[in-house]
Design a binder for this molecule. Structure first.
Ligand code: PLP
Length: 416
């Protein structure tokens, strides 16, 4: 940041401070990763200078010849990576990708089904605080109280009762595989469209270690962040029959000009995700999540649904007589970053919660393996057991910093 340092020292210092936080802390927010230096080069590239609307071959500005090559390459890569008929790589974010799908096939007030926010769904799956819940008539499905898995029987009952035009699957805090085939069959039986928002698990799908929704869903949306560990943006995959509708809904329906520097970084993200090195990393992400889950369980935490199939775990803190807010704050103090999270059927309010969500992507990219997950579980337990002991927390803070510094950022292991 040479120029920024020279021309805007105030802002430069903030970025440096954040860099230092990222270097010295244990980043375990499930939606985070560390992106490769290639992503950062492209996101800061001259491509930001160009304004471009439309799609390759159908542009609204001159000077599109070079950019067309890039968008075509990105689309080809997304299609090849996920085995999809059609890809649109323009959505600025995961939320906008969902908005584009809704705008392409349903109308305001139409009935839609999505997973409850407080049981794992995303805001854009029908929360009343979000455009999705304000514009469309969402009916929510959730989890079985005993198994803490999606209650497919209830989902089917609700689908038959309400006959929505669209069913949305996918989640922000669900640690288990989702039975896409089963939901697809339910959608087909009532003539509804089926959208899978795979934002959290897209990297695991790309690596072939999580079931792919592509064969079952009419539409698949995702971010290129999270487990895909790439550009900060979104994309849509769909069956050929919906390609025109999806493109039209994205532009001019929901968005204006494309963010071409980000589109380039998405294109690079898709290439990264095809490498063997990336697949090894994603396998390790899942192994690490399982190890962390087992280690915390052994220390008396309750893990929602008994474990994890992916990159995240949900920890019920009630056996430790703590709330999510309390543990999040204490962990942040020692440099372990997680987020408070509702557990299924949580008795606490959303700002308090009984749980935390922990993800392993970022630390795995830095090079950590099972042994480090055991160390982290030990630290989390010590924090939980010494939450009011400043001296003990200071000591854990030193340990967390030492562990983080053993795996330097951008000298690392998986800079794909
Ligand atoms: N869909 C799911 C399942 C998510 O977890 C998120 C993440 O935050 C999004 C969509 C939204 O992505 P974005 O933050 O890029 O809008």
């Amino acid at each position: 940041l040479k120029t920024v340092k020279e021309k805007d020292f105030e802002l430069y210092k903030i970025v440096e401070e954040e860099l230092n936080r990222q270097k010295t802390g244990l980043e375990m927010i499930a939606s985070e990763s560390f992106v490769s230096t290639g992503i950062m080069e492209l996101q800061g590239s001259i491509l930001t200078n160009k304004t471009m609307e439309g799609f390759p071959g159908k542009r609204y500005h001159a000077g599109h010849e070079v950019i067309d090559k890039m968008e075509i390459l990105g689309i080809q890569r997304a299609k090849a990576l996920f085995g999809a008929d059609h890809a649109n790589i323009q959505p600025h974010s995961g939320s906008q990708a969902n908005q584009c799908v809704y705008a392409s096939i349903i109308n305001p007030k139409d009935k839609v089904m999505g997973m409850r926010l407080d049981q794992g769904g995303h805001l854009t799956h029908g929360s009343k605080a979000n455009f999705s819940g304000k514009i469309y008539d969402f009916i929510s499905y959730g989890l079985d109280k005993e198994t803490e898995l999606i209650d497919y029987t209830e989902l089917e009952r609700l689908a038959n009762k309400h006959r929505p035009k669209l069913i949305v699957a996918g989640a922000s805090s669900y640690p288990r595989f989702i039975d896409y085939e089963r939901i697809s069959n339910i959608a087909k039986s009532i003539n509804a469209y089926f959208l899978v928002d795979m934002a959290h698990v897209a990297g695991l799908v790309a690596a072939g270690i999580h079931p792919s929704p592509v064969p079952y869903a009419d539409f698949v949306t995702s971010t290129t962040t999270k487990t895909l560990a790439g550009a900060r943006g979104g994309f849509i995959l769909c069956k050929n029959e919906f390609s025109k509708k999806i493109d039209k809904a994205t532009f001019p329906g929901v968005q204006g000009s494309s963010h071409l520097h980000i589109m380039a970084a998405k294109t690079f993200t898709f290439k990264n995700a095809m490498t063997d090195e990336y697949k090894v990393c994603m396998k390790q992400v899942v192994k690490n999540a399982k190890k962390l889950s087992d280690a915390l369980q052994k220390k008396g935490f309750r893990i929602v649904s008994g474990g994890t199939d992916n990159h995240l775990l949900l920890v019920d803190l009630r056996p430790k007589k703590l709330t999510g807010a309390q543990l999040e704050e204490a962990l942040a103090f020692v440099g372990i970053t997680v987020n408070r999270n509702m557990i299924p059927f949580d008795p606490e309010k959303p700002m308090i919660t009984s749980g935390v969500r922990i993800g392993t992507t970022a630390m795995t990219i830095k090079g950590m393996k099972e042994r480090e997950m055991e160390e982290i579980a030990e630290m989390i337990n010590k924090v939980a057991e010494n939450i009011n002991d400043k001296g003990a927390l200071d000591k854990i803070k030193e340990n967390a910093r030492d562990l983080a510094l053993k795996y330097p950022l951008y000298h690392g292991y998986f800079d794909f």
